[in-house]
Design a binder for this molecule. Sequence first.
Ligand code: 5GP
Length: 189
Amino acid sequence: MKLLENRILTDAKVIGSDVLKVDMFLNHQMDIGLLNDMGKEFHRLFADCGVNKIMTVEASGIGIACIAAQYFSVPVVFAKKGANKYIGKDLYTAEVYSFTKDVCTTIGVSKAYLNSSDRVLIIDDFLANGQAALGLTSIIEQAGATVVGIGIAVEKSFQEGRARLLEKGYNLKSLAMIKSMENGTVTFC
Ligand code: 5GP
């Protein structure tokens, strides 16, 4: 998606060799016009998948998922991080290692919001090594539901995530695919 690629080139900052900071338009301050165009694009890409639910992980995927969900007219369920007494004990859970924070977190979704007839589209802001997406696929599959697609805003294609998700047969589509970030310069696939 050219619009997102151009915004990355003008505003994003490369931190070290493998982290892209997009706080100014995607996951701290959010450019709603851009998110809206991304939502439309996710809908175009997954329109024929029979999506009836969108899932993401707390917190930075929630904005993108909600805007995309308006085009599908479906609810969004986000996996909560850590022990959460307010959503009860009847949860599907998965362990997810955070690439940016270097910690392992349990994510959980109440059994009330996922069932075996659900056809779920996963949406997230970034794909690095695939841990967040695989945690969500595990939760969806524990419920007997179907993962019909995985939509990612920014994929760092030089990391392991794409290969891991394709190996498991998932329908992965990313709006911007980064080939490398060497010497602070972003190059797209
Ligand atoms: P993965 O689980 O695929 O290893 O990493 C994806 C998750 O880590 C995303 O949900 C995102 O929040 C975070 N993440 C991974 N790489 C980056 C990055 O380069 N920049 C930012 N802002 N977040 C990232």
